[in-house]
Write a protein that binds this ligand. Sequence first.
Ligand SMILES: [Zn+2]
Length: 86
Amino acid sequence: MPARTVADFAASGLPVSLSCSACGRVQVPPPDVLDAAFGPDFDLVAHHREVSRRLCCAACGEPRPAVLLDAAAVAEPVADPARRRA
Ligand SMILES: [Zn+2]
């Protein structure tokens, strides 16, 4: 079963990445941070826009970083130009 919730991602070790459009950094918040902010049963796949709204870039403070979920965990794989080129 594909990972959907905070607890699913934590249990399977799948990264939840935040990509900042302002400084270009990609960060992976620790599962306990996501757990504290949203709770273990929060559906990251269905509500990734909510995640984006509530978090900001830890490096530069820019709000609404893009949320990148591991491609294996979502129905529609996140575009990844580097991998497509290979
Ligand atoms: Zn940033």
